[in-house]
Design a protein around this ligand. Structure first.
Ligand code: RB5
Length: 181
């Protein structure tokens, strides 16, 4: 798989380790920076870079790393078409794919050890989106993307007609017990 990776200075060491781990597993890894743990940089730059790589099809998936994973995920999620998830373990990594069809995984270089990060990344790339009742929720997310102003470099990736408001799917028929986690 073609995977773009990016980090700020706080995520640099873990990003480099994850990039090596993914390359050893046979993935084609493109590193979008930053290039040092010693020079402070701003995570929005790198979150946007990894988000655009995925939204524009230069990569099938992205990995973003900052101190906590939070800032770089926030930035990546500003790019239409990106579903970036901060994950902390195997469970959140797997569910990010299975329920949210996340296309960018975000990790905390200051909150995760490399062994936990490798396990989470492996779970993320092993899991598949389950579709079904999760798909309408992704459709709502895509509709939210289409509310963004035109002209964003990633906007072309958010296919479909412009929406005024996302479709409302609240309430409705009662759920069967245990039907939708
Ligand atoms: C950088 O010091 C740190 O704030 C950043 O990497 C990240 O944790 C933000 O979400």
């Amino acid at each position: 798989m073609r995977i773009a990776v990016a980090s700020d200075h706080a995520g640099f060491d873990l990003k480099a380790a994850v990039a090596r781990h993914l390359a050893q597993a046979g993935h084609q890894v493109t590193d979008l920076g930053t290039d040092s743990a010693d020079v402070p940089v701003d995570y929005p730059t790198f979150g946007r870079a990894v988000g655009r790589a995925v939204a524009e099809g230069r990569a099938e998936r992205g990995v973003g790393v900052c101190g906590t994973g939070i800032g770089i995920a926030m930035a990546a999620n500003k790019v239409p078409g990106v579903r970036a998830a901060v994950v902390h373990d195997v469970t959140t990594a797997s569910l990010a794919r299975r329920h949210n069809d996340a296309n960018v995984i975000c990790l905390g270089g200051r909150t995760l050890g490399s062994a936990e990060a490798f396990d989470a990344v492996d779970a993320f790339f092993a899991a598949a989106f389950e579709g079904g009742h999760h798909q309408p929720r992704l459709d709502e997310l895509a509709a939210l993307d289409r509310l963004r102003p035109a002209g964003d470099p990633g906007a072309a990736a958010a296919a479909g007609p412009p929406a005024v408001e996302p479709p409302r799917r609240v309430g409705g028929a009662p759920r069967k017990a245990g039907a939708e986690p």
